[in-house]
Design a protein around this ligand. Structure first.
Ligand SMILES: [Zn+2]
Ligand SMILES: [Zn+2]
Length: 76
């Protein structure tokens, strides 16, 4: 379980997880993208031992998940 709120950027209802983020209201799937809090570049998600880390290729360092800015991008 996660305490993090995952809201639809369009209707702001809570997103479901069905392998991807899904809004039941909009019937749209979303991809969660992390952006660097320091340089705004899109971060690379690294999966390690069940927990995700975020790496910035511009800064060339790992970013703390608590500082990462997340954006939901709709999938076609
Ligand atoms: Zn929605
Ligand atoms: Zn960066």
């Amino acid at each position: 379980m996660t305490t993090q709120q995952n809201q639809c950027p369009k209707c702001h209802s809570e997103l479901e997880w069905d392998g991807q983020y899904h809004c039941g209201q909009c019937q749209v799937h979303f991809k969660k993208i992390g952006f660097c809090p320091d340089c705004e570049a899109e971060l690379e998600k690294l999966q390690a031992c069940g927990s995700a880390s975020y790496f910035c290729n511009s800064c060339n360092e790992l970013k703390s998940k608590s500082r990462v800015k997340f954006v939901f991008e709709s999938l076609a």
